[in-house]
Design a binder for this molecule. Structure first.
Ligand code: C2E
Ligand code: CA
Ligand code: CA
Length: 302
C-alpha cells in the first residue's frame, strides 16, 4: 500500500483512472490520510461522495487558471497614522462554471496536497503585479499583498520568479508584500528562514499572517526576517466588547513594537474596534468596516 500511494500521488488529475474503482478508492483514502495527517485510512462509501467532487475539482484547477475562471479580489489596508490606503491585499476567487463561487478555503488546502499550489501562487503574484503596473500607469503606486502557502517557502525558484517579474514590469520590490501564516513559518524553520531571507534581501516586504493562532516563541520571532505582524481576526472581530481580546491585542502590539515590526489588524468590522486599535497604536487596519474584498472595477470605484 505504501508504494501504491506514492505512485498515485504523482498524478493530480483523476480522470486517467476514474474508470478503475480500486485505484480510485485507494486514491480517495490517500487524500484523507494527507488531509488528516494519519498514515492509514480504510476506504468507506461515506468518504466517497465528498472526495470525488473535490478530487475532480482539483483536476479542473489548472484548466481554470488558463480559462480565466480565477480572479483576484482586492481588500484595502488603511494606515491609521496617515489615513491613506497604501496597500491592498489580493485574495483569490474561483468562479466555477458549474458550482459558482468557490472560496479559497475550499481549494487552497487541496491545491497544497496535490502540488498545484505553486502554479496558483505564481498566477496570483503575476496577476497582482500586472495590476499594480496598470495602477502605476494611472498614477497610483499602490502596494499589493499576496498570500503564499507554507509549501511556497520550500520553492527555491520563487524569489527569482518574483524578481524577474518586478524587473520586467519596472516595479519597486518594496511595494510587494508576501503574507505567510504564522504556522507555515514555524513548521520548517530552516528552509522557511532561507526563503524569507532571500526575499527580504531583494526588498520584498514580509508579513506574518494569522498571528496569534500559532505558537511561535519570542526567540523564533526575533530571528524572522519579517516586517509586519498581522493580528488574526479571531482577536479583532469582537474587540470592542471583549476584554480578553483587548488584552491579547495590546500584548501583540507591544511585542511587535519591541521587535521593530509594523502591525495590521484584520477583521475590523466596526468603528469602535477601529478607534480602539488607533488608541492602542496599531499601524494599519483591514476589514469589512472599511471594505470587503472587491473585484477590480468595484475596488477602483471605492
Ligand atoms: P487570510 O489571508 O487570513 O484572509 C482574510 C480572510 O478574512 C479573507 O477571506 C477575507 O475575505 C476575510 N475577511 C476580511 N475582512 C473581514 C472582516 O472584517 N470580517 C470577516 N468575518 N472576515 C473578513 P477569504 O478571501 O475567503 O480567504 C480565506 C483564506 O484563503 C485567506 O485567509 C488566505 O489564507 C487564503 N487565500 C486567499 N487567497 C489566497 C492566495 O492567492 N493564495 C494562497 N495561498 N492563499 C490564499
Ligand atoms: Ca492574508
Ligand atoms: Ca487571517
Amino acid at each position: 500500500p505504501t508504494s501504491l500511494t506514492f505512485t498515485l500521488s504523482q498524478y493530480d488529475s483523476l480522470p486517467i483512472y476514474s474508470s478503475q474503482p480500486l485505484l480510485l478508492r485507494a486514491d480517495i483514502a490517500m487524500y484523507r490520510c494527507k488531509g488528516s495527517h494519519t498514515k492509514i485510512r480504510v476506504f468507506s462509501e461515506e468518504l466517497d461522495q465528498h472526495s470525488v467532487q473535490r478530487l475532480s475539482l482539483m483536476s479542473e484547477l489548472k484548466e481554470a487558471l488558463i480559462d480565466g475562471q480565477l480572479s483576484l479580489h482586492y481588500q484595502p489596508k488603511l494606515s491609521l497614522s496617515s489615513g491613506e490606503i497604501e496597500c491592498t491585499e489580493c485574495l483569490i476567487r474561483w468562479e466555477h462554471p458549474e458550482y459558482g463561487m468557490i472560496r479559497p478555503d475550499e481549494f487552497i488546502g487541496l491545491a497544497e496536497q496535490t502540488g498545484s499550489i505553486r502554479t496558483v501562487t505564481q498566477w496570483a503574484i503575476k496577476t497582482a503585479l500586472e495590476q499594480q503596473a496598470r495602477w502605476r500607469e494611472k498614477g497610483f503606486l499602490l502596494g499589493v499583498a499576496v498570500n503564499i502557502s507554507a509549501l511556497d517557502l520550500a520553492d527555491m525558484s520563487l524569489p527569482a520568479y518574483v524578481g524577474e517579474l518586478q524587473t520586467r514590469l519596472r516595479l519597486p520590490p518594496e511595494k510587494l508584500t508576501l503574507e505567510v501564516t504564522e504556522s507555515a513559518v514555524m513548521e520548517d524553520t530552516e528552509t522557511a528562514m532561507l526563503a524569507l531571507e532571500n526575499l527580504r534581501r531583494m526588498g520584498v516586504q514580509l508579513s506574518i499572517d494569522d498571528f496569534g493562532t500559532g505558537f511561535s516563541s519570542m526567540a523564533q520571532l526575533k530571528q524572522m526576517p519579517v516586517n509586519e505582524l498581522k493580528i488574526d481576526k479571531a482577536f479583532v472581530l469582537n474587540l470592542a466588547s471583549n476584554q480578553d481580546d483587548q488584552t491579547m491585542v495590546r500584548t501583540f502590539l507591544s511585542l511587535a513594537e519591541n521587535l521593530g515590526l509594523t502591525t495590521v489588524a484584520e477583521g475590523v468590522e466596526d468603528q469602535a474596534a477601529q478607534d480602539l486599535l488607533a488608541r492602542m497604536g496599531c499601524s494599519r487596519i483591514q476589514g469589512y468596516h472599511l471594505s470587503k474584498p472587491l473585484p477590480v472595477e468595484a475596488f477602483e470605484t471605492w
